[in-house]
Design a protein around this ligand. Sequence first.
Ligand SMILES: [Fe+2]
Length: 399
Amino acid sequence: MLFKSFLHRSQLALLRFLVDFTPPVNYMAFSGAGSADQLCGHIRQAGKTRVLVVTDKGLCDLGIVEKAISGLRSRGIDVVLYDGVLPDPTFEQVLEGADIMRAHGSDAVLGVGGGSCMDAAKIIAAAATSNQDPREWVGFNKIKHDVPQIYCIPTTSGTGAETTMGGVIKNSERREKTIISDACLMPAAAALDPNLSMGLPPAITAATGMDALTHAIEAYISLWDRGTSKSSSSAAIDLIYRYLPIAHSDGDNEEARESMSLAAYYAGMAINQVNVGNVHAIAHQLGGRYGIPHGIANAMVLPHVLEFCSDETEDALAELGRLVGLGSSDSTSAELARNFIVSVSDLRDKIGIPPQSELIKIEDHSMLAESAVKEGAGYPVRKLLDKKTAMHILEQLTI
Ligand SMILES: [Fe+2]
């Protein structure tokens, strides 16, 4: 394990060196009620005239998509819809959307929806302008051509895909989630409009909110500290602790919705700078294998991973404990860190996410653990995940 840790740190040092040479990222978002219309105006001002909107049928049926994009039509932009995105979008869906984009001759892509729609929008934009198989881009910085501008209007508050350069696409043959990350996939601008997440069902509010919390915590305890990763993640955690329970119990509370959409955006900025960690490494396996929604998988795994790395991340966890108002002035770092881990489980319970899933099968543990360890080794984590620990965590998640 010592050698593996040394190798991991060496690889990360090299990656960090390379990352520091990538072009700086511009973050741009319109926020508040009516900001979707502002974004539509911005797209027109940027000279776009033909826009592919990538979304899902459910949002179309609810009228949310028309609400989000009416500002494109009213400004004379020719719009075509691809509404075939399903949860955990696949490469097959990406290719379908790319065909529509080519036939339409779109000069920009707008993702409207949750993480699945925004991730699909990014990879569709790249696939429609290339003859390459998008499966070849799995990994970091593999896209070598110019990609049309991508815009995002999230309708949930969790994934942060509106402010990250990555997209998660499922390889349906292998039943595994793959990540394509490239600076050219960074959305040019986003709209964080609470009018579009009002009334989102409590279960989706809970799951997506815990995804945002996981992003913020994993970024805060990361081995790396780049750009605004610490300040963005602490701003997100503060907002989530104050507003996620309200958004969950009172779905039409505009202040809570607006605060959660900002929190997801800040958390997305943080992971765009330092990536995620071992929680996602395990949760991705549960999503890929069993279709457990990403936020639920993260919420189940998060306290266990924090427990696993509590010694290595004690100071950071203690800071987060103070941030959310735990402990007293004479509490030790160890007490604050412990209280913070307990508070994460308490928040998960409060918003109705179960700690275990009956979908997870004991006979899959070994294979899932191996994949999680492999994925975790690519993240800037303070403590490398090992198979025994991953198996132990999976046991605790299994009914
Ligand atoms: Fe996530």
